[in-house]
Design a protein around this ligand. Sequence first.
Ligand code: FAD
Length: 534
Amino acid sequence: MAKRSIHWFRKGLRIHDNPSLIAACENAVDVKPIFILDPWFSENGNVGINRWRFLLQTLLDLDANLKKINSRLFVIKGKPQEVLIDLFKKWNITTLTYELDTEPYAKLRDADVDDLARECGVEVIRCVSHTLYDTKRIVDKNGGSAPLTYKRLQTVVSMLGLPPKPVAEPSKCPTAVSMNHDQHYGVPDLKSLHKNPNECGPCLFPGGETEALSRLDRMMKKTNWVCTFEKPKTEPNSLQPSTTVLSPYLKFGCLSARTMYHRLHEIYKQNKKHTAPPVSLEGQLLWREFFYTVGSVTPNFDQMVDNPICIQIPWDTNVEFLAAWKQGRTGYPFIDAIMTQLREEGWIHHLARHAVACFLTRGDLYISWEEGKKVFEEYLLDADWSLNAANWMWLSASSFFYQYFRVYSPIAFGKKTDKDGSYIRKYLPVLKNMPTQYIYEPWTAPLKVQEKAGCIIGKDYPKPIVEHDKIRPINIQRMAQAYKNRPDKSCSGETKGKGQKRKPELKTEERNSKKAKTTSKTNKKITDFMKEGK
Ligand code: FAD
């Protein structure tokens, strides 16, 4: 029987380094590349307007790239299980191919689809290409459980050798296409999905494989920058991004992580002097791999309760504080500017994520990391199930990182790299005329100064919702208590910041808490905190 394939795009929205697309094309007389708009994501997912736009741009670009190899993209709305069973019959399909996905919803969905395919006599081919390695291989090599420290992950992957090289693009993909293809299977626009395009922010990072590869090229051409890249030395509040902003492209798979890895590897080979993990760009891809691997096997990874690697902390519920944080109304300009950039543009720097995540959780508001994760999930272009949950656990000192007494100052941290507050002035124009000496603490400006700047604190811009210096030691004590109450105090994956010696836990809490009282005032400590390299 002639081979007729469906290649089901989910993530992996690209034609480069796409082994399952290649498998669909091999010896096939017809290949139907499809994307299913699954209502589950609208109903249960939390997708903001900017990410919707990014996805639709990505699908348009994918369609354009498929045209170049004699094919088209078929976009279909519906529950994948129902859509696929119809298409198997309609198109007389013999083979279904897709990229492996380790998220819980995807695993359940794919298991269902595999059963249906089997019942219909359709062969299923799944390939790993979203991560550098097959995360299952990492787990197996680690003795059946996920490595719980970055160092351990490095050891395990070094035993596996380099990640597989990216595969070549398919040279052709024979697809029978009807005259009215666009009418039936074209990429919808925002309006037809009942989304309001006027709610979108500026389009700084257009979606799609073409843009992803050209962005990668632009980054990799800066050889010196690549070779000297150290994540902790990049800036959270520069007006132009100080890191690659490849994350939205990696999230949707417009860019293959292995393509990026091997491009880096080539550069490192030609330039013997270069930075190394965890701080280098290669190191960043390994953080991604680390969190994907842990997320792939940890039950309830995206929540606190019943998550075996997450410390149980009795967080507060405070709807007003949460709303103020989400909407950028905390009264701390550095925090509010970051949240505004996030909401409007969909991407913020990693250390900016650190600052607002610490502020929401253990630092100031003492609200659960799960709430912050949901807000990031809505607004980020790169919102990623594994990476978002893992990093929120890290920042809230719920897992991976346990130095809860190291708290970012919402005032001092931003000053370190932007003394004049240009970043704040850009994202919070209400403060644009505030003199530099007050820009991070406008409530301390005398009324006359506020009047001259055209911004009265408490009227035009909010007063701080909490007093950082007062709330910080209280929260540190609450964290200490939560740590003390842990049933198993020997958290297996416990990591210390880079260069830190393992200290006897708990006994040192009092000392640490005293130490922390001076933290916000000393830039050196902030630098130490950032040294972990993540
Ligand atoms: P670069 O520094 O240029 O790094 C290159 C790539 O490495 C990134 O694109 C990303 O894929 C990967 N990477 C870098 N840092 C990390 C990290 N800490 N963990 C995992 N992978 C990393 N990243 C997401 O992609 N999606 C998320 O939903 C997400 N949520 C986060 C939530 C919090 C609270 C924090 C603190 C971090 C989160 N991150 C998330 C990780 C990180 O902030 C972003 O990946 C990074 O800032 C993206 O910018 P970039 O592409 O310029 O990164």
